[in-house]
Design a binder for this molecule. Structure first.
Ligand code: SAH
Length: 250
């Protein structure tokens, strides 16, 4: 059952009124929900509400809160994917799967071998955000993933926004992701950027830039050459497996 993102302003004591037109459409028209049925709502403070539908009007749905609790559906890691922009389906897949994995942001990066150019990426940004929002709802994560505006690889290399940067480089890298991660000390609020190239990989020029960037770890995901979308999902999963503090899973 998907949950629905609402604003805490829509809740007054134990009554939650759903007025957002997309939520309304999904609940009333797509799910054809009826009074007496239960829904799960979540607000910007990540409080999750189990509510019972009391009334469905032409534009709003009135519900009564039956239970409220802090959601635990989030990743305990500030993880960001910096992705060389891929062709349509592959990029959409990466956005969806990265959202399910709980990462905080996707930064599309236009690299030398990207088929998609900056202006097209800007046009596609809203579509990617929509895919991320749908995936967030569907997998019940307690927050949205942000799709940021596309930047250049130089911007990422020069950026001080990240505490740890890990670039995945096929063929030439001998440092396995696992060995790299086991030597990194992370604090819970460190921002970790995982950098993946586009379908054609990084250009020789970009590999040089990455090589000279002293604060970027360059790692291998193994001896096989993965498609960019597989590499993104694998790299993020590896980081989560190794670095997430999962002592409080429930
Ligand atoms: N066309 C390239 C492959 C590009 S794969 C070639 O034939 O060499 C696309 C991206 O996925 C790469 O830029 C890299 O970031 C990542 N990737 C794929 N396989 C990888 C591996 N074994 N190790 C590290 N990164 C990998």
């Amino acid at each position: 059952m998907p949950h629905f993102f609402i604003s805490s302003k829509d809740i007054n004591s134990d009554i939650a009124v759903i007025t957002d037109s997309k939520n309304y459409h999904h609940i009333a028209r797509v799910l054809r929900a009826k009074t007496g049925e239960m829904l799960t709502l979540i607000d910007e403070n990540q409080t999750q509400y189990k509510v019972v539908i009391e009334k469905i009007d032409s534009k709003s749905i009135t519900t009564k809160v039956a239970a409220a609790q802090k959601s635990s559906h989030y990743l305990n890691l500030q993880l960001i994917l910096v992705q060389g922009v891929l062709k349509n389906d592959a990029q959409n897949l990466v956005v969806q799967k990265a959202t399910e994995l709980g990462i905080k942001e996707i930064v599309p990066v236009i690299t030398d071998n990207c088929v998609i150019k900056q202006s097209t990426a800007a046009q596609k940004s809203a579509k990617w955000q929509k895919i991320a929002n749908e995936a967030a709802k569907q997998c019940e994560r307690s927050d949205y993933l942000k799709v940021l505006p596309a930047v250049s690889l130089d911007d990422i290399i020069n950026s001080s926004d990240y505490d740890i940067k890990i670039a995945c480089v096929e063929r030439t890298q001998k440092l396995p992701m696992k060995a790299c991660l086991r030597n990194i000390k992370v604090n819970s609020d460190d921002k970790i950027a995982v950098i993946i190239g586009p379908e054609g990989g990084f250009s020789a020029r970009e590999l040089q830039l990455l090589e000279h960037a002293g604060d970027i770890y360059k790692v291998s995901l193994g001896n096989l050459i993965l498609r960019a979308e597989t590499a993104a999902i694998t790299a993020l999963s590896n980081v989560i497996y190794e670095l997430e503090d999962d002592t409080e899973l429930h």
